[in-house]
Ligand binder design. Structure first.
Ligand SMILES: *Cc1c(COP(=O)(O)O)cnc(C)c1O
Length: 335
């Protein structure tokens, strides 16, 4: 259905030595909390600080030799991955982002030599600009999630996890457009059909969760969140990531801003890992009691580390942080 294990194994060969082989480590603290072994897949260790490099490298590698360049819309990390992959190939990259994208992420894209266009107040507006440029300037558009090569690239994360621990019972996947969840679910369920794959996202403005609930892609108003990487629509004409998530995800769980804050603190204090809000939602789901361990080991993908460091240090210090229209109250960390 759209993307198969064979596509993921193909991607694995393409990204080898560039975007693969991140650490997969047990978290003793999370294991105690969950009452089962709990593993972290540290995509924070990717050269761009997020898993998105996998899909981007796989998609860019497939472009024809004479391609003029690439464009995409992004909440920050896909743009960074595409910029990195385009720079390696020596082609032009134009990255469209909305005003909701944090400055730290915009700078990260720029530092890789890509052209940046800031347009509108939502990922959907950035997407419209990306499609316009693609026609006007002869560039190839690379969707952050609704692209078979991107999904296959992201699926390599799941394959690496299953290779290390084929006995995993549950994988918790941060969920936005669903490219990661779709790829991971294809890999994991092909290897182990009984495994649970659960998408986790924020409780405000999560388009995939709302679409799964509605049974068809729907639009949701995008709002600022600590999990900024999880914002944005899935496209009303979604072809691949929605049907795959609908067929393969066992559940979609929502976590609050406070639960995301707690999980960022927990991962930092207990495991000494710096991660962005969107990356810790799998831990938040277990910490909040919204997901319970089944009969075997659990794992989550710590998807990225590209957080604004002044925001991160405020959260760690237990200070209030203002995200868009709302303040998340500070709270000192307590195990
Ligand atoms: C993009 C992203 C996600 C979600 O991936 P999708 O394929 O859009 O569902 C999760 N975490 C981080 C850090 C991301 O950048």
């Amino acid at each position: 259905m759209g993307v198969t294990l064979a596509d993921i194994l193909g991607a694995r060969a393409v990204i080898r030595g560039i975007a693969d082989g991140t650490p997969f480590v047990p978290s003793p603290f999370m294991s105690t909390l969950a009452g089962q072994e709990f593993f972290l897949k540290l995509e924070t260790m990717q050269p761009i600080g997020a898993f998105k490099l996998r899909g981007a490298v796989n998609a860019v590698a497939a472009l024809p030799r004479d391609v003029a360049g690439v464009t995409c819309c992004s909440t920050g990390n896909h743009g960074r991955g595409v910029a990195y992959a385009a720079a390696r190939r020596g082609i032009r990259a134009v990255i469209c982002m909305s005003r909701l994208v944090p400055q730290a992420k915009v700078e990260g894209v720029r530092a890789l030599g890509a052209e940046v266009r800031i347009v509108g107040e939502s990922q959907d507006e950035a997407m419209a600009e990306s499609l316009r440029i693609c026609a006007a300037e002869g560039l190839v558009e690379i969707s952050p999630f609704d692209d078979a090569r991107v999904i296959a690239g992201q699926g390599t994360v799941g394959f690496e996890m299953m290779e290390a621990r084929p006995d995993l019972d549950t994988i918790l996947v941060p969920l936005s457009g669903g490219g990661l969840a779709a790829g991971v679910a294809v890999a994991a369920k092909t290897v182990s059909p009984t495994i649970r794959v659960i998408g986790v996202t924020m409780d405000r403005g999560a388009a995939m969760a709302a679409s799964l609930h509605a049974g068809t892609p729907v639009e949701v108003r995008e709002v600022a969140s600590l999990a900024d990487s999880l914002g944005g629509g899935i496209g009303l004409g979604n072809r691949l990531s929605f049907p795959l998530c609908r067929a393969l995800l066992d559940d979609a769980v929502l976590v609050t801003e406070e639960e995301i804050r707690d999980a960022m603190q927990m991962l930092y204090f207990e495991d000494r890992i710096v991660a962005e809000g969107g990356a810790v939602v799998g831990l938040a789901a277990v910490h909040s009691g919204k997901v319970r361990a089944g009969g075997g080991p659990l794992a989550t993908i710590v998807t990225g580390r590209n957080v604004d460091m002044s925001l991160f240090t405020r959260i760690i210090a237990g200070q209030d942080v203002t995200i868009g229209d709302r303040t998340v109250r500070g709270r000192a960390y307590a195990a």
